[in-house]
Design a protein around this ligand. Structure first.
Ligand code: UDP
Length: 240
């Protein structure tokens, strides 16, 4: 039953704030539940789903840096934060009847599988949602870059950048500037050259070099993930 879908294999980037809910910090099970109900509809269309989770709702490397910590050390803490989010997400998905596997880029064999590309694609073929945790496994990177990297590795059709209450990429901050206008289409080079806040520049250049399209959309609008996967033009599409 997948004639209706445009994108067969997707990488959904969920930032920490998508998991935090109103409080903006920590893990909010009700927020995850709402999001999972949306995601389940996409799953039922036959889409192969990978999720790259962020960790900013718990810890970010730059917080540690501001406290005088060594950058790499603080970044490893951030990677661990993504694992906590991944486990929470896994729990909610499985309670909703969606089979999942978590794969970590840093081995934690008691709680998740290590990242193995061929195994990840096998899980997808078998109808399991694969949650990628631990970022790239390297300090100085982000989970946006992880999304671009994994999308390239598993040959995903698109990266879906889920945003909270923003429906795409604007030329100015729509919460501040009343004249801000939304872009429907952009190239990765536009994003880099204009300094638009879509992904960090490492993630953008990786997406550009590997020709991975990206859709920025509002996660909080019910039905949006389904619309995106069916190819409706909502949000901003970045390609080329
Ligand atoms: N991080 C890292 N390497 C990676 C991915 C993440 O060092 O490959 C660390 C980094 O410190 C980052 C934190 O993990 O601040 C949380 O990830 P991110 O900021 O991407 O989360 P999000 O903003 O999506 O919630």
């Amino acid at each position: 039953t997948n004639e209706a879908i445009k994108y067969k294999r997707i990488v959904l980037k969920l930032s920490g704030e998508a998991i935090a809910g109103e409080k903006g910090f920590g893990i909010d099970p009700a927020t995850i539940k709402t999001m999972v109900a949306e995601l389940k509809k996409v799953y039922e269309l036959g889409t192969e789903i990978c999720i790259v989770v962020g960790g900013g709702n718990i810890w970010r490397g730059n917080i540690g840096q501001e406290m005088g910590m060594e950058r790499a050390q603080a970044d490893y803490m951030g990677m661990l934060a993504t694992v906590m989010n991944a486990l929470a997400l896994q729990d909610v998905l499985e309670n909703a009847g969606v089979p999942t596997r978590v794969q970590t880029s840093i081995e934690m064999r008691q709680i998740a599988e290590p990242y193995i590309r061929r195994k990840a694609t096998r899980h997808l073929e078998k109808g399991r949602v694969v949650i990628f945790a631990g970022g790239t496994g390297n300090p100085y990177f982000t989970t946006d870059t992880t999304a671009a990297l994994r999308a390239a590795e598993i040959d995903a059709d698109v990266i879906l950048m889920a945003k909270n209450n923003v429906d795409g990429v604007y030329n100015a901050d729509p919460n501040v500037d009343a004249n801000a206008t939304k872009y429907d289409n952009l190239t990765h080079l536009d994003v880099i050259a204009k300094g638009l806040k879509v992904m960090d520049s490492t993630a953008s250049s990786l997406s550009m070099d590997n020709d991975i399209p990206l859709i920025v959309f509002n996660l909080n609008e019910p039905g949006n993930i389904v619309r995106v996967v069916k190819g409706e033009n909502i949000g901003t599409i970045v390609r080329g």
